[in-house]
Design a binder for this molecule. Structure first.
Ligand code: GDP
Ligand code: IMO
Ligand code: MG
Length: 403
């Protein structure tokens, strides 16, 4: 049995959460393998909205277990807030349903302070200020604390934390040009202790599981935000490539299967960086409003633009995508003029007033999809026609996700 992966093909917020939730109906596990609480994945079911950040998007199905992989970063304060919110919504967040790898690196309040200080300076990238970059930097610099460390060696971990904190204070002092005296936060360890039962201490947690249980690997961020393959330096701090699922979960690489690349019918970007097809006009504002294009994590207005097929094709090839999913076709309904960038040129496409005509996709929308498929060379399996889990049109047979 091989297991599917869900990847973002643009600048994040393509609707990965919705697709993960849709597939999770039949899954035993949903696994996150990159990023942290910079992710905001929105799920809509029967008029109710749930946003997941660090918790994987399999949370709505009681039989589905959720795993936060080793290459993710986890902010215990944010995780507590998020799980409290899910609990208040009536979801089961008990430890038998959610596990974090013991090697997952922790985001401390000082990482967030560092992220914020940097954003205030001239080198700001428009990050989510969730402390993601500093957590990964400390990890690579061998200065960070992992989820399981406190339970393995409390004394040693506290000593290492003191050194990390001193280093963070020195960095902030240098950036701000004035004294910084961030202190160790006692509550922080108390909160980590609350999560002891959520920690998995297994070295290869999916080596055997992948033989018999259905897993779904939920990517966060997207290929144009990938630290190695995105629009550097305007990127996040982790890899969003499908191969990262193997490293980041960790997941046996021979058991990785179909790769679903999710993209919007148009494009959005939050934060700074190049955006060739950006619409800084009334059309952009209308799409932003109709599409509720405001960040699920920060609430910031998302920049909006036409679909860039050159970038999409590039990312489809980079990610070796086997199936495409296009979301938000309904948001362009009624637009008189829809444009697309292909071979460096903006071309005009016929608009559509409705996404569906009877039980079929409307003809102009179908032609838009064919134009994308022909250029990119991969079939569009699913088309999003609304926010709800049910608003997905199967354009090509979905087939078995676990074959
Ligand atoms: P993610 O980060 O990739 O999971 O995406 P986000 O949840 O941040 O942003 C996607 C937004 O688009 C959410 O508000 C979803 O509810 C919404 N969405 C996803 N698919 C569709 C669709 O086909 N139509 C509409 N109208 N909204 C959609
Ligand atoms: P999901 O999983 C959209 C963007 C930030 C910023 C850059 C670096 O919901 O698609 P970071 O806080 O990661 O250091 O910020 O990356 N960014 C996202 N944009 N969706 C996301 O996640 C994002 N995660 C990070 O806006 O430009
Ligand atoms: Mg999002």
């Amino acid at each position: 049995m091989k297991h599917p992966i869900i990847i973002g093909l643009q600048y994040g917020d393509e609707g990965k959460g919705k697709i993960t939730d849709y597939f999770a109906q039949k899954a035993d596990w949903v696994i996150r393998f990159n990023g942290g609480s910079n992710a905001g994945h929105t799920l809509w079911v029967d008029g109710k909205k749930i946003v997941t950040h660090s918790v994987p998007s399999g949370i709505l199905f009681p039989k589905c277990k959720n795993f936060i992989g080793a290459a993710c970063v986890l902010d215990p304060l944010g995780f507590k807030k998020e799980t409290d919110e899910h609990k208040a919504s009536g979801l089961d967040i008990s430890p038998h349903r959610i596990k974090s790898d013991y090697r997952t690196h922790l985001t401390f309040p000082f990482h967030k302070a560092l992220d914020e200080s940097r954003e205030l300076g001239s080198g700001g990238l428009g990050t989510t200020k969730k402390g993601i970059g500093p957590t990964y930097s400390f990890k690579v610099d061998r200065r960070n604390i992992r989820m399981g460390d406190l339970f393995i060696d409390e004394k040693g971990t506290r000593e290492r934390l003191k050194d990390s904190l001193a280093y963070a204070n020195a960095l902030i002092r240098e950036m701000k040009g004035k004294e910084s005296s961030l202190k160790e936060n006692e509550d922080f360890f108390e909160i980590i202790s609350l999560f002891k039962d959520y920690v998995s201490f297994e070295a290869a947690p999916f080596y055997r599981v992948a033989q018999k249980e259905k897993c779904l690997l939920e990517g966060a961020q997207a290929l144009s935000l990938d630290i190695d393959h995105g629009t550097y330096p305007f990127v996040t701090s982790s890899n969003a490539m499908p191969a990262m699922a193997s490293v980041g979960a960790p997941f046996p690489h021979s058991k990785l299967g179909r790769v679903f690349g999710v993209f919007k019918a148009y494009m959005t970007r939050v934060g700074s960086g190049p955006f060739a097809t950006e619409l800084k006009n009334e059309t952009g504002e209308r799409i932003r409003k109709n599409g509720s294009e405001f960040g699920a994590t920060t609430g910031r207005p998302r920049r909006v633009g036409w679909l860039d097929l050159d970038e999409l094709k590039n990312n489809v090839e980079l990610g070796d995508i086997s199936d495409l999913v296009m979301t938000k076709s309904d948001i362009l309904s009624g637009e008189e003029k829809i444009c697309i960038k292909r071979q460096g040129e903006i071309i005009e496409c016929e608009g559509w007033s409705e996404t569906l005509s009877g039980d079929k996709l409307s003809k102009p929308l179908d032609r838009y999809l064919s134009l994308i498929e022909d250029y990119v060379g991969v079939k569009i399996t699913l088309v999003g026609t609304g926010t709800d889990r049910k608003s997905l049109f199967e354009r090509n047979t979905l087939g078995d996700l676990w074959s």
